[in-house]
Design a protein around this ligand. Structure first.
Ligand SMILES: C[S@@+](CC[C@H](N)C(=O)[O-])C[C@H]1O[C@@H](n2cnc3c(N)ncnc32)[C@H](O)[C@@H]1O
Length: 251
């Protein structure tokens, strides 16, 4: 029997540590959404309620990745990407000003922020938030697959999802633009695995990690419905009831 490559491979390691273990120039595309520091600020003013403490746990739903680690994150991201590839980073306006120069230092060319238009306003005390950025970077030179796609992606936010879960359709746009079927797409902060679902939907392979074991179990569950893959030993086969309770028992 010929061995079939797994369509996804998941890990529960720290993002940078995980990237360090990947071979140089082995990945075709990185799409990721770190737990950046300013999420804490939104939580502090109560605008990101889903990041509150769980009733049944003393832990926050996920750990924040400090801005001071962006340098090592982007250096490793640049190293693992093949020549002539793209890198997309979900973030807010505040983090964009920190992340852009750090990614440029690592060697990336910054093109522009794409806008994810959530189409409805969120909570808050100022101009009410309706969009997030997706920073578009390039290593070397790569053409987009379709030059007719706009830089604003309209897609409703996810209700009752994993904390800060992104819609699969948003990731499908950038994966469809910057990779080919069979390519390897990586996400070092995979959360609910939405980037992985988009990758598998489009016939790509997926590599992902997250420090939160519940995120890994949940991603494994979602991706397991779409294809064959591997998750780390020791990660529970099932998602804890805590996560589903926090998500409003949606799934
Ligand atoms: C904003 S969420 C990602 C959400 C994801 N894009 C989705 O659609 O579900 C950020 C994730 O980063 C994870 N995280 C925080 N620090 C990390 C680290 N040092 N290494 C890997 N994952 C980390 C958190 O557990 C969280 O699941």
């Amino acid at each position: 029997m010929p061995s079939v490559k797994p369509q996804f491979e998941l890990s529960a390691l720290d993002a940078v540590q995980w990237l360090r273990d990947l071979p140089t120039e082995s990945v075709d595309l990185v799409v990721t959404d770190p737990a950046y520091e300013s999420l804490e600020k939104h939580r502090a003013v109560g605008t990101t309620t889903r990041l509150k403490h769980s009733k049944s746990s003393s832990n926050d739903w996920f750990r924040v990745f400090p801005n001071s680690r962006f340098g090592e994150l982007f250096a490793e991201t640049f190293r693992v990407l093949k020549p002539d590839t793209h890198f997309y980073l979900f973030c807010d306006a505040e983090t964009m000003f920190v992340a852009k120069p750090e990614a440029e230092k690592a060697g990336f060319k910054f093109w522009k922020p794409l806008v994810w238009d959530k189409q409805t306003i969120g909570m808050g005390y100022h101009y009410r938030a309706r969009y997030e950025f997706i920073l578009f970077f390039e290593k070397g030179k790569r053409r987009l697959n379709d030059l007719g796609v706009a830089d604003i992606i309209k897609e409703p936010r996810i209700h009752r999802g994993y904390p800060a879960e992104k819609p699969v359709k948003v990731s499908e746009v950038v994966i469809g633009q910057s990779s080919q079927p069979g390519d390897v797409v990586a996400d070092p902060f995979m959360g609910s695995g939405s980037v992985g679902v988009a990758a598998l939907n489009l016939g790509r392979r997926f590599l992902g990690t997250d420090l939160n074991p519940d995120a890994v179990a949940y991603s494994a569950q979602r991706l397991g419905r779409l294809g064959e893959g591997r998750k780390p030993d020791g990660v529970a086969a099932a998602v804890t009831p805590d996560l589903f309770a926090m998500m409003g028992s949606r799934r």
